[in-house]
Write a protein of this length. Structure first.
Ligand code: AR6
Length: 178
């Protein structure tokens, strides 16, 4: 699925974030920035050991924020390590923190001249954020940002499995018809 916002595209694809040929890919990291499972593990494996060495110099990252590194063995020039919230019950500021993590990634992409960026569904795996709610927040932030920042030409949202992909298509269609 592809949506046009001025000169930019928002694409939804099913696939593996580590294999995206974009300027920057986003990692769903934890606040240590020293690796983990899920997307984080896959990115560290694909980028190689130099990534961990650079991450060790960053001093971690607070929830709702993001930090950028080189992409090493990835096709992507940069990796933006975002720390989404652990979902408790929706009453602990999770939505604000998730929105803030997405916005921080987009701002870093702008600052580092990344015209194309690929996101995974941050916080929807180990961190337990309900997928529909997370998708609404992610798309709202991305669509608003693209409308105001012509330097970003492509946002690709990468869903790992068919069910997640279908859910996201449905949510984006809903948002666009509101
Ligand atoms: N490409 C795209 N999406 C993926 C991939 C992939 N290769 N692998 C998994 N997903 P998660 P979180 C999907 O758990 O919830 C780590 O240990 C997955 O199906 O990677 O933010 C970190 O170190 C899910 O929908 O990230 C943290 O400790 C989504 O990506 C913690 O997990 C995110 O799942 C972060 O948890």
């Amino acid at each position: 699925m592809q949506v046009q916002i001025n000169d930019a595209s928002l694409e939804l694809v099913q696939g593996d974030i580590t294999r995206q040929d974009v300027d920057a890919i986003v990692n769903a990291a934890n606040s240590s920035l020293l690796g983990g499972g899920g997307v984080d593990g896959a990115i560290h494996r694909a980028a190689g050991r130099e990534l961990l060495a650079e991450c060790r110099t960053l001093g971690g990252c607070e929830t709702g924020n993001a930090k950028i590194t080189r992409g090493y063995q990835l096709q992507a020039r940069h990796i933006i390590h975002a720390v989404g919230p652990v979902y408790a019950d929706g009453k602990h500021g999770e939505s604000v923190l998730l929105a803030s993590a997405y916005r921080a990634c987009l701002e870093l992409a702008s600052q580092h001249a990344c015209a194309s960026i690929a996101f995974p569904a941050i916080s929807t795996g180990v961190y337990g954020y309900p997928m529909e709610a997370a998708a609404r927040i992610a798309f709202r932030i991305i669509l608003d940002y693209l409308a105001e920042h012509p330097e970003i030409k492509l946002v690709r949202y990468v869903l790992y499995d068919a069910r997640a992909f279908q859910t996201h298509v449905q949510i984006l269609e809903e948002l666009l018809t509101q």
